[in-house]
Design a protein around this ligand. Structure first.
Ligand code: FNR
Length: 184
């Protein structure tokens, strides 16, 4: 049976470069693997009252089930003020609760950060890694993936253009699959 890898893009923006990179990765699934996007767009800001008072938004249940059903996760995060976007942090929080029922635990992960700037989302990459330690998501250490000039990577259809960055992303996906096979 195929292993399923979820891809989470940490941006709500329709034309998000992170979403476009995630879509590019979607097409790189090797034999024996299925990649699927797990959207975070519809998640209200986490409020513990939802869980405590049986008023859990349907979008929380959909999201938690989607994460639960995958074997591993690739995070494609942009950088907001040298950290991860609030929308991505919110998705991590939603998946981590109710207490004791986190859906993240033990799913091998990878962090791909990106930015139109030159630093490739370094700050977001490492802030995300801090959260993933606590959530008990083992994360691929190498290669580190900092994708710069994200605004220059796509053709008019929004697909990744052939070139060094696309090749680098494909190599990083392969490295993740190798690492996943050793760690899952
Ligand atoms: C940004 N941006 C940004 N870029 C960066 O390299 N480092 C940063 O710290 C920030 N900070 C930041 C804060 C906020 C609130 C916004 C809206 C943007 C720019 C960011 O990289 C750019 O908008 C990307 O296009 C966002 O990713 P998506 O939406 O294209 O995936």
């Amino acid at each position: 049976m195929s292993k399923i890898i979820g891809i989470i893009a940490g941006s709500l923006r329709k034309e998000s470069f992170s979403k476009k990179i995630a879509n590019g990765i979607l097409q790189m699934a090797p034999a024996g693997f299925e990649f699927k996007i797990i959207p975070i767009d519809e998640l209200p800001i986490y409020n513990q009252d939802f869980d405590d008072h049986h008023k859990v938004p349907a979008s929380y249940l959909t999201f938690r089930n989607a994460v639960q059903s995958v074997n591993g996760i690739i995070f494609v995060t942009p950088e907001h003020n040298r950290s991860i976007p609030a929308a991505l942090k919110n998705a991590l929080d939603v998946g981590s609760r109710p207490y004791g029922k986190s859906v993240w635990t033990g799913k091998p992960g990878a962090v791909f950060s990106n930015s139109p700037g030159n630093i490739g989302g370094f700050g977001a990459n490492h802030h995300l890694r801090q959260c993933l330690v606590f959530l008990n998501i083992p994360v691929m250490q190498q290669p580190e993936v900092y994708i710069q000039k994200s605004n220059e990577l796509f053709d008019e259809k929004g697909d990744l253009k052939a070139g060094d960055t696309k090749e680098f992303i494909a190599k990083a996906v392969n490295a993740y699959i190798d690492w996943f096979n050793k760690n899952a």
